[in-house]
Design a protein around this ligand. Structure first.
Ligand code: DGI
Ligand code: FE
Ligand code: FE
Ligand code: FE
Length: 188
């Protein structure tokens, strides 16, 4: 896969802000891959595609979820912010013949996390959370932790996200709870 062609496709599909976020996530993911001995190529591809469907219409994403056997209809009962990762994992196979399950999973689960996250899942989850322009409360602690302990950084990020959602009386997708509980058991 030619990275420059891929970036040109992304630039066309995404808003300027989303494209620039994608490039920052990609740089962050590549750095984490080096530090934690993961494939830089896989981290780069997963990061470039992680928000591939972020700017798609809700109607288009809804149709993909309804028709794809890989995507549970449960997604449709939850906030549409949760749709773009799973939908992207299906679209990139159709559009770029990406069949690598590790890459597809890291994209699929980048918003919620899941139980038993792979190292690539963790790298994309954290790169998306700590890329240099992110400024949520608590992000500095996660950035610091991510220098030495990827699993603990995921735990802190998952905990912040679940707490943030609950404080606002938002619903929490099951995989977000599964990620929190599973990471908790690995930390303590
Ligand atoms: O696509 P990005 O903006 O780069 O980031 P993202 O894919 O990590 O998150 C998109 C949004 O999804 C973010 O505002 C937090 C929200 N979110 C994460 N987990 C859950 C969730 N929203 C709901 N309702 N439920 C969740 O479990
Ligand atoms: Fe996203
Ligand atoms: Fe489905
Ligand atoms: Fe993102």
């Amino acid at each position: 896969m030619n990275i420059d062609n891929l970036k040109a496709d992304l630039k066309e599909r995404l808003t300027k802000g989303r494209y620039e976020h994608t490039l920052r996530v990609t740089d962050t993911a590549a750095e984490l891959a080096v530090n934690f001995h993961e494939s830089v190529e896989n981290a780069t591809i997963a990061a470039l595609f992680h928000d591939y469907c972020k700017c798609d219409s809700l109607e288009e994403m809804k149709q993909t979820i309804k028709t794809s056997s890989e995507l549970p209809d449960l997604l449709l009962s939850f906030h549409h912010e949760l749709w773009h990762g799973p939908v992207a994992s299906v679209r990139i196979e159709e559009n770029y013949a990406i069949t690598d399950q590790e890459i597809k999973d890291a994209i699929y689960f980048h918003t919620t996390g899941r139980a038993d996250m792979t190292k690539l899942d963790k790298i994309i989850f954290i790169a998306d959370y700590i890329e240099p322009f992110r400024n949520f409360p608590g992000v500095e602690e996660v950035r610091e932790t991510a220098k030495t302990d990827l699993t603990k950084a995921c735990y802190q990020a998952a905990k912040n996200t679940v707490r943030f959602l609950m404080e606002r009386d938002n619903t929490v997708y099951p995989d977000s709870f599964h990620a929190y509980n599973d990471l908790n058991q690995h930390i303590f």
